[in-house]
Design a protein around this ligand. Sequence first.
Ligand SMILES: Cc1cc2nc3c(=O)[nH]c(=O)nc-3n(C[C@H](O)[C@H](O)[C@H](O)COP(=O)(O)OP(=O)(O)OC[C@H]3O[C@@H](n4cnc5c(N)ncnc54)[C@H](O)[C@@H]3O)c2cc1C
Length: 442
Amino acid sequence: MSSKNKVIIIGGGISGKLAARVLSDVYKEVIILERDSEPEGPTSRKGAPQGEHLHALLHAGEYGLEKLFPGITEKFYESGAVKINSTIDLAWFHHGAWKIRYDGGYSTTLQTRPHLEWHIEQYIKRIPNIKVRYNQVVQDFLYSEAENRIIGVQLKNDPLLADLVVDSSGVSSLTSNWLHKRGTHVPEEKVEINLSYISKQFQLDENQERDWKIKMIYPDPPKEKIGGTISKIEGNHYIVTIMGYHNAVNDKEVLKDDMCFIELSKKLPRLDIYQEIENAASLTKTSLYRIPHLVWRRIEKMKLPDGLLLIGDTFCRIDPVFGQGMSIAILEALALQKLIHKDTRQLVPAVFHKKAAKIIAPIWNMVLTEDFRYPDTHGKKPFGLSIQLWYAKNIFLLSAQNQEVYNAFVKVMNLVNPITSLMRPRIIKMVLNRTFTNARKP
Ligand SMILES: Cc1cc2nc3c(=O)[nH]c(=O)nc-3n(C[C@H](O)[C@H](O)[C@H](O)COP(=O)(O)OP(=O)(O)OC[C@H]3O[C@@H](n4cnc5c(N)ncnc54)[C@H](O)[C@@H]3O)c2cc1C
């Protein structure tokens, strides 16, 4: 049970694989312990049920993934992922208006999450010092009281020692339960949104001309609570995902049969998606995923035992409607890479947790602002909420008319630029002009 230079990673989801990739640069042995069986192809799996729903990869995520796995974007396309121009091929109805369509020079990839994860897995398998052990459920941590250090993990039959344990087991993480059992308080921000995701894949009529590859029909809150997206994916198929905030969707009803899903699409703010799927061939069963609340475990504010590092959804689960979770995990992995290459002798998890919190904070704030448009959203409100709501609404509506504003907004949404880039004097002036012009209207 010698454990020099060994890392154990709990959970082989996206963030577990990314952490393995980065840590394999400096640790001799990296072991991923995954409770699911080895996937035989790009299909959804029990341990990551969210994979049956639309997963968008933002520009920052795509760029970061390419840095970690050179050539991966091309591999996506070779096996059928769809390359789109982000502002021409996306038709987006948002807060009651269509965004303008123009060539902003950015491309994005459309594919299912299992397809994306499968390709990452193929890269991981080629890294000689990473071993993935499937069908391994980590049951507990091994802890040295004397050192206040996590020294390994307990599997069903074996203890496994390591120099570092990474918890990437997702939102129902092992760490929070373990700390809770020991009576340690984990400061956390929890926001109740009672969101349901319902998805299904279709084969659409190939003969019909379409001027989009992905169409998003988002609600105008608070009066509308249901939104939806139809997106082309690999295999010339389409995935339709419908999201309903605050129990707006009757989950039991929608799972009854295919027609119930099609009926649900009629409740979207526009009938575009319904018209595409009403006569289309359904390819999969209807999948449901519920997100009662968002949670950000503020572990950067507490003293964790040494030897334990948290990454991905284990740290923070954000509202998935804006498609940021995987990109956050990628940005965190890049931050971890920077840290370990700066000082290869010693990795201090607490330093990483502080860096990760800085990545999460502005994104969490941006997304929460939107969630708090609904009066039923409960939790700690972002600072200056009413001003943020007013400003963001103006940006959304200007994005339907003004290329400069939409361009700036797209870069923020894709985590390429910080949110402060939407507060440049020219943009503030446009927001104020819009407000005063509307106020003067009879
Ligand atoms: C409905 C929905 C839609 C989403 N849409 C998007 C999107 O459009 N774009 C985007 O970027 N993000 C999206 N996300 C977020 C994204 O799925 C996650 O942020 C991302 O997958 C990172 O997850 P993770 O690897 O940290 O955790 P997970 O994906 O949850 O992976 C955890 C892994 O740990 C394993 N595991 C758990 N416990 C144990 C244990 N005890 N022992 C061994 N293994 C264990 C699980 O089997 C699993 O493989 C969405 C999320 C949801 C819920």
